[in-house]
Design a protein around this ligand. Structure first.
Ligand SMILES: Nc1ncnc2c1ncn2[C@@H]1O[C@H](COP(=O)(O)OP(=O)(O)O)[C@@H](O)[C@H]1O
Ligand SMILES: [Mg+2]
Length: 241
């Protein structure tokens, strides 16, 4: 089992009541592709941030690849996860696409981490990922001048280069035009990593995810085969979708 979340409750700092997440339990296996559905404010982004230990759990436990999430395991846990932010501008902050892609691995190496693919230099790894995402030609371009679709792929490259065990993506197809969206879906189809995707894009779910989690007001309302959940009009209606 890759991820195991048990009885997770989360409060925002400074608040004492009104759990944003309440008693959420689920698990994700190796190679699984899971959609996280829920209306605005249901707690989807909060759940992703909790998995990274950015928001502290009020109660419950999170285990990733056999490691319990706690203060002392934070760097190890984070090395196993890759979060694609909702807004790529939050992810891309270096002058060029290449600089953004090598930033993570360089930083990791400087801090004494062992690269999982030591035989390959960081530069080679960056090129390989850029090529895989079909954006090698954007390597020397300025990140902030890319189109929305290009930015999304550059941000994805900066995460894949770290070779995460589990990818967390927050509404990856939002704000993309139809062509960029189809291209993103086709590329996500080729990944071998397990992923958890928050989305309102049911076509993306149909194309990529075998399973859905459905959050409603911070509680896990359903967990099952994607086709069952996205075809359950009554359930979606009850969850304001
Ligand atoms: N920084 C914050 N401080 C306090 N409450 C927050 C904060 N961020 C989000 N919330 C609240 O937490 C709930 C869940 O938000 P979020 O996880 O962003 O939902 P979703 O991603 O499903 O739209 C919402 O009610 C939101 O208002
Ligand atoms: Mg959100």
């Amino acid at each position: 089992m890759l991820l195991k979340v048990s009885g997770l409750s989360v409060l925002y700092p400074g608040t004492t009541e009104g759990h944003v997440l309440e008693d959420v339990s689920f698990s994700i296996d190796e190679g699984e592709r899971v959609a996280l559905l829920g209306a605005n404010g249901a707690g989807k982004s909060t759940l992703l941030l909790s998995l990274l230990g950015i928001l502290e759990a009020h109660s419950g436990r999170i285990e990733i690849d056999g490691v319990l999430l706690e203060k002392k395991s934070l760097p190890l846990v984070r090395s196993k996860l890759g979060l694609l932010f909702q807004d790529p501008d939050d992810q891309l902050f270096m002058p060029t696409v290449y600089d953004d892609v090598v930033f993570g691995p360089q930083n990791y190496a400087e801090n004494g981490g062992n690269s999982p693919a030591e035989a390959e230099s960081i530069a080679q790894r960056a090129d390989r990922i850029l090529e895989k995402l079909e954006i090698l030609h954007l390597k020397d371009r300025m990140s902030h001048k890319l189109s929305g679709g290009e930015k999304r792929l550059a941000a994805l490259a900066s995460i894949l280069v770290m070779e995460p065990r589990l990818l967390l993506m927050d509404e990856p197809s939002a704000y993309l035009d139809p062509r960029a969206r189809r291209r993103l879906i086709a590329l996500l189809q080729t990944l071998t990593e397990a992923y958890l995707i928050t989305t309102h894009d049911l076509e993306l779910v149909r194309s990529l995810c075998g399973r859905c989690l459905l959050l409603h007001k911070g509680r896990l309302r359903a967990d099952g085969p994607a086709k069952d959940i996205i075809n359950d009009k009554k359930l979606l209606d009850e969850c304001a979708l």
